[in-house]
Write a protein that binds this ligand. Structure first.
Ligand SMILES: Cc1ncc(COP(=O)(O)O)c(C=O)c1O
Length: 345
């Protein structure tokens, strides 16, 4: 079979041999009883990478955000704020509202996912009590934009001044740090809690971490248990995440170079209207004009290149560990060829 170039998501990576070896060697125990040394090591190492006191290993980013909201919003009616294009508002089944009765109020974000500090302050209210502001970085639906440390500080300060806690959905915070030539810790220095994923740009098969003050994480551990998210010999997957932290962070810049190369080629192609937010990291969005999106994806797949469609006209490409510079060079003429051959919609 011809080689497949899978640009649907950075979640499609497969563990490398080195990662599989680390998984096979992992020392394990029953984590729910506190006996899994590899999971404990991961929780400590991951929390340290974002400058937080403690960490909680969770099966997914969605559960990391959900546990965070359920742990922050403790009283009935406590509400949270999140950006209009945030993953929390658009792709997580509104779990915090559905399962926790937490109202999530929507703050309009700009094309990079930034929320005006004044808007955060305006949304905060004493009753119903607003207790939390959620910030996303990099911003998935806003073309993978990397919000700077200054922007993060501005939003966080506004929230704190309004008496709110701040949770960062940093599913791809390492991508943001790589793009901005800084550390994840610097980007979330003022935030109270941070979730990030091992299963995206970092290339692990599964898992995310929720980090924050030890007292918060102790409570979050019980919330995770309530949700059925406690695990047993999770050291097998924690080992993959530890391996990713040690081996797959430095290389993220390669994904960003590949994404920019793809974007610079796409902008020259017929029917393509590029996202004005630009390409900061590993996510490239564009809109198709005058042709059918599903047909484009189908024909491109027949050529061995996969992408995602977020609407009938909006397309997403994501670069990652399993996509080389060579793959991108090979994909470009295939994409151009498919676009040229499409009938007018
Ligand atoms: C910004 C952001 N947050 C959270 C998630 C959820 O992660 P998971 O798919 O592991 O539940 C994603 C997934 O793509 C994401 O892009």
């Amino acid at each position: 079979m011809a080689r497949l170039i899978d640009l649907r998501s950075d979640t499609t990576t497969r563990p490398t041999q080195g990662m599989r070896d680390a998984m096979a060697r992992a020392e394990v125990g029953d984590d729910m009883m506190g006996d899994d040394p590899t999971t404990r090591a991961l929780e400590e190492a991951a929390a340290a990478r974002v400058g937080k006191e403690a960490g909680l290993f969770v099966p997914s980013g969605t559960m990391g955000n959900l546990v965070a909201l359920l742990t922050h919003c403790v009283a009935r009616g406590d509400e949270a704020i999140a950006g209009s294009e945030s993953h929390i508002c658009n792709h997580e089944g509104m779990g915090s509202s559905a399962l926790g009765g937490i109202p999530v109020r929507v703050a309009q974000n700009d094309i990079r996912g930034y929320i005006q500090p004044a808007d955060i302050k305006a949304l905060a209210r004493p009753w119903p009590r607003t207790v939390l502001a959620c910030i996303e970085n990099t911003h998935n639906r806003c073309a993978g934009a990397a919000l700077t440390a200054t922007e993060m500080r501005e939003m966080t300060r506004a929230a704190h001044e309004a008496g709110l806690q701040v949770h960062v959905d940093g599913a791809r915070i390492f991508n943001a740090a790589a793009a901005l030539e800084t550390t994840p810790e610097a980007l979330v220095a003022d935030a109270d809690t941070v979730q990030f994923c091992f299963s995206k740009g970092l290339g692990a098969p599964v898992g995310s971490i929720l980090t924050g003050p030890r007292e918060f994480i102790d409570r979050a551990r019980l919330v995770r248990r309530t949700l059925g998210g406690s695990m047993r010999q999770s050291g097998v997957i924690a080992a993959a995440a530890l391996y990713a932290l040690d081996h797959h962070v430095e290389r993220l810049v390669e994904d960003h170079v590949n994404a920019r190369r793809l974007a610079s080629a796409l902008v020259e192609m017929p029917h393509v209207r590029m996202d004005p937010a630009g390409t900061d990291t590993n996510i490239v969005y564009f809109d198709l004009e005058g042709v059918d999106g599903p047909l484009f994806r189908e024909r491109l797949a027949a050529e061995g290149v996969l992408c995602s469609g977020v609407s009938p006209t909006r397309i997403r490409f994501v670069t990652h560990l399993d996509v080389s510079a060579r793959d991108v060079e090979d994909a470009i003429p295939l994409i151009a060829g498919v676009l040229k051959g499409l009938p007018a919609a």
